[in-house]
Each structure stands twice: as structure tokens, then as C-alpha cells.
Design a protein. Structure first.
Ligand code: GLC
Length: 537
């Protein structure tokens, strides 16, 4: 924290998730690498971000794109070396950019030495590092379903027991009830914190514990296919998580200014569960991802309801974060594509993400309105896509190579990229947008700079204002400073009256110049207009 201004990087700053394999390739193998991210730090600093969340970079057989870790303390060679990582960290810090690493410790890869030992015999000292059980009535011990479908239990022929996996069967779950496992994970956290990293994004944090009594999950139609049509009563959010979170937090608190953000994967439990992981006093995870915005259909009232519901659940001393896209869901520019209006929609969303209450997490390429790539059967890398094609095509589309320019391979690599580029890269790319004053990229840059300048926008109170149902409007107040946003999510002209009443001046907008006055009383808002106003002095 900067003690002069009260600026806390993970609360008030802007974070950007980067998928390392798709950012920038410096060794011409078609895959992005750590040196590539270092090479683009000036771009990221110019964009104005405060932190990078790096997708997983540890050694891994890549069956789940690195979310299957084979060694927590080494870097996968595809990304480079430990030295490359340390260089990235050092260069990022020079530019006041923080580094958040993915911590994937609900499970390991089945290629991790721990699991190899664990499955080698029932008497192995590491047997209990994973969750092993005898069969029940000739079948699996419970009816529990994995997140990708099928049973969570996999039979091990050699040792004649089942092991548990919440995700793929090549990702056995660690036994978090074993204190030696916990100690090892906490030491691994220290290993990276000692190197100077600034935080962790904790993968499927709410899955760490499972019911010890092995009770069956009840059937639930509304839970849908990805929850195996069951209510995950006994496989996530189990009692005991509180202690684990406290322990993880204590590790982070041994250091200064570090943080964690949890991926709290919920279905029918709803956002209240994500909020619970923050703790009543904000004493648990610093931030929790909540995915209502990612699942919202287009519409001001929908986004507004999702946000207001999320805010109402945040414990008094805790802090929300907001996200529109990530590596598991189609990009916003694809989800909300509307032909010629797509970029206008992306500007409205950008303004919302960057001026509402909470830490914004962007997804790389979001700032240029990058859509998903089109993936055909032969391109599929994601195991989920391989398993369920064509019903579920996997997550490769949103993990696509960054579009830097209109040159060969979009300037991402000199070689053929590991995943297909989007056809639109000759028009949608960083180089072109950098030179267009009204581009989405320049809009993001101006918004982030404005946010940085105005405490009302990054730490002010948040009050929603009355508006037409196609508009979201809200006021942010910090001491005497007041900012006011009017975001028209529709392609219609709509009447709006600023509340609280007063004289307002444009700070930033899509249709009016900075400094223009917006009168008292009703005025017309243009289709997809973004207006960020300031109370006139
Ligand atoms: C998380 C990750 C996802 C991964 C899964 C299993 O949901 O975001 O990409 O496949 O966990 O680790």
C-alpha cells in the first residue's frame, strides 16, 4: 500500500489475466513464452495496468493446459527458464506491475512424483497425500460427479482402490486433510513469495475438502450437465475450508502487500458462496472471483442486477472484484457480438468494468475487442473439447494468440501459432488501434488513466442511480469528489436525468468531449453512449 494516498494495488489497480502460451512468442516455436511477456511489459505499462495474473507456467504434461502440475517449483520449458521468470518479475516490478501466479493445488497431475509414489502401493508414505477409498458394493464409493462429467472416482487396478479427481482423471485431488500436504503447499507458496511474486490466483479453491463420511450428493435437475445433475453438497464448500483459508492467508501475511484471489466455482450456491470466502472481516481470501457477469446475457438491467446482488453480499470489510472474460468462457467480444455495434458494446462494458466498485480483472486482448478464434476439430488442444466435440468444443477459442499487428501470424510469432488466429486480425490488432484516436484500445487507455487519477473511481462509495432499464448509472463519491457514470446498453436514444441533481462536466465519453457541460434535468443519451461525468467545481 502507498501510505500517502491509501492506494492498494490489488484493490484499486487494474489486473490483466495473460494466457502465457498466447501472448508473444520470442523463440519462434509458435507458442508464447515468458520472454515474450517481458518484451511486452512496456505495452502493458502504457495500457496502465497494475498487475498481471499469469496462467499456469509450472512443469506439466499439459493435459489440462498446465492446470495439471507435475512440479510446483519448476517452469515448463515451453515458457522458458526460472531465470526468464525472475527477469519477468524484476522487469514487471520496475514498471510497478505486480505478478499474480496461478496456484493449482486442489489437484496435481498424475505425472507428479507425489502421485506416482502414492499409487505405487497402499503402504507408501505418500498414499494418504491423495484421496483413496475401497469400492462400495463393487462400484465407486459415492455417486460424486467430476466437473467434466463422469464419476470423480477412478479405479487403480494395481492397488485395487479408487482415487478421487474433481476434474480430469489425470488430475488426482490432493488430500487437504493431511497436514503434511498442507505444509508442503504452504512452503511452495513461500518459495514463490520469497522470489518476490505478489500474489496467487487459487484454482477451484472451494473444492479442496470433500465429505469424510462419503455421503452421496442429491440429484438436482437445475444443477445441469456440468455439475452432473447433482447438488454438490458433499464435494465443495465443506466445513474446514475456513481453517485452510486462514492458514493460507497467514502465509501471505508473513510478507508485505501480497494477496490471493480465489476461484470459487459455484452453481446453485450462488454468489453468496463466493462472498463467504472473503470472510466476515475480510480475513480470508483478499478477493473472490464471481462469475455472474461472465454468464450475463446482454442488457443493462441484467448486468446491473448481477452487480447489485454481488455488492449486497460483500461483507463490510471485504472488497469485490469483477471480471468479464477469462480462459474458460468465450470472450466478451464473441458473447456480445452485434455486427457493427460490437465495438460500441465493448466500450460500454469497458466503462462499466473500470468504473464500478471493485478490482477489475481484464482478459488479455479484451482491450482491442479480440473475439474468440474459430476452432475446428483438428485444432482442438483442450481435453474437454477432445472429450465432448462437437457438443462442447472446449476452451481453445478464448485462449487464442494475441493480435499485435496485421503482419504474418498477427505479429504473435514467426512460426505458425499453436492455436489458430482469428480471421479478423488484420483489422483488430494493437498496432492499428494504437493509431486510431477513437479505438477501443485508446478508450481503455484513457479510462484506466482516468481511473488512476480519480480516487472516486477506484475507492469511492458506490450508489446506483435511477435510470431507464437499458441504462446503468451510478455515482462514486470520495470526500468532496464525485464521479457519475451513464452507460447506455441499447441502440436507442434515451432520456436521462442525473441523480443526484447538479451541474456535471464530462470527464470522458464516447460522444461528447471532455469538459462539456451536461445540464440539469432531462437530456438525451445517444445509442451506446458512455458518459463519465464529474460534479462541476
Ligand atoms: C479451473 C481453471 C480451469 C481448469 C480447472 C481445473 O476452473 O480455470 O481452466 O481446467 O480449474 O484445474
Amino acid at each position: 500500500m502507498n501510505s500517502d494516498t491509501g492506494y492498494v494495488w490489488w484493490k484499486h489497480g487494474v489486473m490483466c489475466e495473460i494466457w502465457p502460451r498466447s501472448y508473444y512468442d520470442t523463440n519462434s516455436d509458435g507458442s508464447g513464452d515468458l520472454k515474450g511477456i517481458t518484451a511486452k511489459l512496456d505495452y502493458l505499462a502504457d495500457l496502465g495496468i497494475d498487475g498481471i495474473w499469469l496462467g499456469p507456467i509450472n512443469a506439466s504434461p499439459m493435459v489440462d493446459s498446465g492446470y495439471d502440475v507435475a512440479d510446483y517449483r519448476t517452469i515448463h520449458p515451453i515458457y522458458g527458464s526460472m531465470q526468464d521468470f525472475e527477469d519477468l518479475l524484476c522487469e514487471a516490478h520496475k514498471r510497478s506491475i505486480h505478478i499474480i501466479m496461478d496456484l493449482v493445488v486442489n489437484h496435481t497431475s498424475d505425472q507428479h512424483a507425489w502421485f506416482k509414489e502414492s499409487r505405487s502401493s497402499r503402504n507408501n508414505p505418500r498414499r494418504d497425500w491423495y484421496i483413496w477409498h475401497d469400492s462400495k458394493g463393487g462400484g465407486p464409493p459415492t455417486n460424486w460427479k467430476a466437473l467434466v462429467g463422469g464419476s470423480t472416482w477412478e479405479w487403480d487396478r494395481a492397488t485395487r482402490q479408487y482415487f478421487l479427481h474433481s476434474f480430469l482423471k489425470t488430475q488426482p485431488d490432493l488430500n487437504w486433510r493431511n497436514t503434511a500436504v498442507r505444509k508442503e503447499i504452504y512452503d511452495t507458496m513461500r518459495f514463490w513469495l520469497d522470489k518476490g511474486i505478489d500474489g496467487f490466483r487459487c484454482d477451484i479453491l472451494n473444492y479442496f475438502l470433500k465429505d469424510e463420511q462419503l455421503r452421496n450428493n442429491p440429484f438436482s435437475l437445475s444443477a445441469g450437465p456440468f455439475n452432473g445433475f447433482q447438488k454438490h453438497l458433499y464435494t465443495r464448500n465443506q466445513p474446514g475450508m475456513y481453517d485452510i483459508l486462514k492458514e493460507m492467508r497467514a502465509v501471505l501475511d508473513e510478507y508485505q502487500d501480497r494477496m490471493m484471489v480465489g476461484e470459487v466455482y459455484v452453481a446453485e450456491e450462488g454468489p453468496s458462496m463466493a462472498a463467504a470466502y472473503l470472510g466476515d472481516e475480510g480475513e480470508l481470501s483478499h478477493l473472490s472471483f464471481e462469475f455472474s457477469l461472465v454468464f450475463c446475457k446482454w442488457g443493462a438491467h441484467r448486468f446491473s442486477d448481477a452487480l447489485m446482488n454481488w455488492y449486497s453480499l460483500i461483507p463490510p470489510k471485504a472488497w469485490p472484484c469483477n471480471v468479464l472474460s477469462n480462459h474458460d468462457r468465450p470472450r466478451a467480444a464473441t458473447r456480445y457480438a452485434a455486427g457493427e455495434d460490437t465495438v460500441k458494446r465493448m466500450k460500454v462494458l469497458a466503462a462499466m468494468l473500470l468504473t464500478v466498485w471493485g478490482t477489475p480483472f481484464m482478459y488479455y486482448g479484451e482491450e482491442i475487442g479480440m473475439p474468440n478464434s474459430r476452432i475446428t476439430r483438428k485444432d482442438v488442444m483442450d481435453t474437454v473439447g477432445k472429450m465432448y466435440w462437437p457438443i462442447v468444443k472446449g476452451r481453445d477459442g478464448e485462449r487464442n494468440p494475441m493480435q499485435w499487428n496485421d503482419g504474418p501470424h498477427a505479429g504473435f510469432s514467426e512460426a505458425r501459432p499453436w492455436l489458430p488466429l482469428n480471421d479478423d486480425y488484420s483489422e483488430t490488432n494493437v498496432d492499428i488501434q494504437m493509431n486510431q484516436p477513437t479505438s477501443l484500445l485508446n478508450f481503455y487507455r484513457r479510462l484506466i488513466a482516468l481511473r488512476r487519477e480519480k480516487p472516486a473511481l477506484y475507492m469511492g462509495s458506490f450508489e446506483k442511480s435511477p435510470s431507464h432499464s437499458d441504462i446503468i448509472s451510478y455515482c462514486r463519491t470520495y470526500h468532496t469528489e464525485q464521479a457519475y457514470a451513464v452507460l447506455n446498453f441499447s441502440d436507442n436514444r434515451l432520456a436521462h436525468t442525473c441523480t443526484p441533481d447538479g451541474d456535471w462536466t464530462v470527464l470522458l465519453g464516447t460522444h461528447r468531449s471532455a469538459g462539456a457541460a451536461v445540464g440539469r434535468g432531462s437530456f438525451e443519451v445517444y445509442p451506446y453512449e458512455v458518459l463519465i461525468l464529474e460534479r462541476s467545481k
